[in-house]
Design a protein around this ligand. Structure first.
Ligand SMILES: Cc1cc2nc3c(=O)[nH]c(=O)nc-3n(C[C@H](O)[C@H](O)[C@H](O)COP(=O)(O)OP(=O)(O)OC[C@H]3O[C@@H](n4cnc5c(N)ncnc54)[C@H](O)[C@@H]3O)c2cc1C
Length: 468
């Protein structure tokens, strides 16, 4: 080891990096930095929830346990936690429990990895009705975030549901609503409150309402196929408005592989599928919500949608959406808005000069423009786009950006976690350490196993009560 490397390896000469958020993008970036430069960094993770893993815990559907296997990789952080290279500050929300100023004062660099905080809104007359809920709330409800326990109190008497938007989240929600509780959900990490309500659910029909056409579909063919195959569980695909696109599809000639596969799948299951189920779902393209009809008791009866059609513009040889002038009503006891998740700026951004536009922090390969030693990764850097695999690639690039940034130097005046712990102690703020989280999760596993589930998620209060 040469003199320079030995110098860098001493504790006081580490680059101190604060990371906001503990979702996939945070873990993948940190692990990559430490893989490439095990001796140059000291990294502190700040997570507003007591528990880590972001949307892997509170987003990914319970019947996709294989997707959550990435947590095994994230748990490699334990080794770095033991040696003090990484520290986890759970239950610490940045811009609430600590300010960005606190971080900039005490760290050499800040990595923003705080993901999305809400669902996109869809506004139309009646959209604030209590039986119109956002997918963000619904997903948190079934995924055991107890703050959302009351989003659905019962699905008894709820027969028809409309979902607005057709991405993979909408598909997850259809599986939740129509899947066989015993076969699909009982042995998963779904919340017990959702499980009990789904057991008594009367939901029979789900109508997916999609503003644009089949070629603009957002869901992936893998998720679509899984849903179509649920006919074996008695969940019927009731079709799509194929006729509206016949002319367009003919005129386009050869479609790309993904769209061709998608259309083949839909046609195959529309024509041969149908199973013998008494539950079903349908894709309604070229429909936008414009209002609701309400029953005398105040509950929703129908969703009103405006119909469009595809029209060929001879001048530019493009297919365009034009209003048809027609309005349809779709029976709906409940409406779920599923047009994507959204990231928001932290409330100190203006003050410190971080630019946030179109749902993301303005950045160049993860380096935040305008302000030194600041980086972003994952959904907050790309407007909530993509899946965990995309996040892996993004994290690898951002780790390189951080490692190679010549502006990011060790400034010994920065005290890092030493000073941060004093600030939080003075505020009598409860920190959930990594060891605390491990203890919490082992209790979740014990409780879940008694119910034949991998684990039962505790509420935030229950978690905090377990922390001394
Ligand atoms: C419903 C749903 C289902 C999905 N299913 C799949 C799937 O099956 N397969 C797949 O590959 N991808 C799936 N995805 C996509 C995947 O979840 C994302 O690609 C990934 O989670 C993005 O990671 P992230 O680290 O950017 O954000 P997140 O996972 O959102 O993590 C951000 C973290 O930051 C924390 N945080 C926020 N604000 C603060 C603050 N002020 N201070 C401290 N901490 C803060 C949050 O609590 C959270 O833990 C799904 C997404 C959703 C919404």
């Amino acid at each position: 080891m040469n003199i320079t490397r030995r110098f860098l390896s001493t504790n006081s000469n580490l680059k101190k990096l604060a990371v906001i958020g503990s979702g996939p993008s945070s873990f993948y970036t940190i692990l990559q930095i430490l893989k490439k430069q095990p001796n140059n960094f000291q990294i502190d993770i700040f997570e507003k929830n007591p528990s880590p893993f972001g949307l892997v815990r509170y987003g990914v559907a319970p019947d996709h346990p294989e997707v959550k296997n990435c947590i095994d990789k994230f748990n490699e952080i334990s080794e770095f936690i033991k040696t003090g290279k990484v520290k986890y500050f759970g239950n610490v929300e940045i811009c609430k429990d600590l300010s960005l100023n606190d971080l900039y004062k005490n760290y050499n660099g800040i990595l923003y990895a705080y993901g999305s905080s809400n669902g996109n809104k869809v506004e139309f007359p009646g959209s604030l009705h209590q039986n119109i809920i956002n997918s963000f709330d619904f997903v948190n409800w079934y995924n055991g975030n107890h703050n959302y326990k009351n989003v659905i109190k019962s699905l008894k008497g709820i027969k028809d549901i409309s979902i607005i938007g057709a991405g993979n989240v909408a598909i997850d929600i259809i599986r939740i609503l129509l899947g066989d509780v015993n076969k699909r959900w009982k042995s998963t990490d779904i919340s017990n409150h959702a499980l009990n309500i789904l057991k008594e659910s009367d939901v029979k029909n789900v109508n997916v309402i999609i503003r644009r056409g089949i070629l603009d579909s957002k869901f992936t063919n893998k998720e679509l196929r899984e849903l179509l195959e649920m006919r074996d569980e008695g969940v019927e695909f009731k079709g799509w408005n194929k006729e509206d696109f016949d002319e367009q599809l003919k005129s386009l000639g050869k479609l790309d592989r993904v769209n061709k596969r998608r259309i083949d799948l839909l046609n195959k299951y529309k024509e041969n599928g149908n199973g013998n189920g008494n539950k079903g779902w349908k894709l309604n393209y070229l429909r936008s919500p414009i209002g609701i009809m309400v029953k005398p008791d105040g509950n929703i009866k129908e969703l009103l949608v405006k119909v469009s059609k595809m029209v060929h513009n001879e001048e530019n040889d493009k297919w365009e959406y034009k209003s048809d002038g027609k309005i349809e009503s779709i029976p709906s006891d409940l409406v779920i808005l599923a047009t994507g998740y959204k990231c928001e700026p932290l409330n100190e951004f203006k003050e410190i000069g971080i630019l946030f536009e179109n749902g993301k922090i303005i950045n160049n390969n993860g380096k935040i423009e305008n302000i030194k030693n600041s980086y972003c990764v994952g959904w907050v850097s790309n407007n909530s786009q993509g899946n965990i695999n995309n996040t892996v690639n993004d994290s690898m690039n951002v780790a390189e950006t951080i490692i190679n940034d010549e502006d990011l130097i060790n400034d010994e005046n920065k005290e890092g976690r030493k000073e941060i712990e004093i600030i939080l102690k003075n505020k009598k703020h409860k920190i959930v350490k990594w060891e605390d989280w491990e203890k919490i999760h082992s209790i979740e596993i014990d409780q879940g196993n008694k119910d034949g589930k991998p684990y039962n998620k505790l509420s935030f209060n229950e978690m905090l009560e377990l922390v001394k």
